[in-house]
Design a protein around this ligand. Structure first.
Ligand SMILES: [Zn+2]
Length: 82
């Protein structure tokens, strides 16, 4: 499975996208700090660029911050075994 992550605001908040091989779309999720469950649902988008934009927006809705001021990371691809 191929996935992408981007750190937002602090190292415990990461936007996450996972390519879905079965449906050829992208699952959007957010890794939240321990004990936080502000973002209840996962979402799908059809393209990677749409997924990145939607994931960043999802983080902003629930953990509002300025990415420039907070020194957020860039989207990074990574391969992982699941
Ligand atoms: Zn950010």
């Amino acid at each position: 499975m191929t996935s992408w992550t981007r750190t937002h605001q602090n190292p415990e908040i990461k936007a996450l996208i996972m390519a879905q091989q079965s449906t050829l779309d992208y699952l959007i999720s957010v890794i939240e700090p321990p004990g936080e469950h502000r973002i209840p649902h996962n979402y799908f988008e059809k393209t990677l660029e749409q997924a990145k934009s939607a994931a960043d927006t999802l983080v902003q809705i629930h953990y509002q911050h300025n990415c420039l001021d907070s020194g957020c990371g860039q989207w990074q691809p990574k391969d992982q075994e699941i």
